[in-house]
Design a protein. Structure first.
Length: 97
């Protein structure tokens, strides 16, 4: 937990927490990772979906756009970065040492 709190003050990292009391959200179907690269010609953006038994890489523009939209909805519903840092600091204080 302390590492997450430390990450909150790193200007190169953005941490946002989506608390349970936020309720239903766009990514209820499961976790995903958007792999976005500096040179989209050499390395196009892909979405990685994985579970216990399989993985899937989505590369079609429409599929990738859907996950970017989902990500934007999650960021909008989550605590802002400052609130997230405060939230994680409170949780870290309560976390067994």
């Amino acid at each position: 937990m302390n590492r997450l709190v430390e990450a909150c003050v790193n200007p190169a990292i953005v941490v946002q927490v989506l608390p349970l009391d936020a309720g239903a959200h766009a990514a209820m179907g499961g976790p995903f990772t958007i792999l976005d690269y500096a040179d989209p010609v050499l390395d196009p953006t892909v979405v990685y979906l994985g579970n216990d038994t399989s993985t899937l890489l989505l590369e079609k523009e429409m599929q990738v756009e859907r996950y970017w939209l989902m990500f934007d909805h999650l960021r909008a519903k989550a605590l802002d970065p400052d609130e997230s840092g405060d939230f994680l600091a409170r949780v870290a204080d309560d976390y067994p040492k």
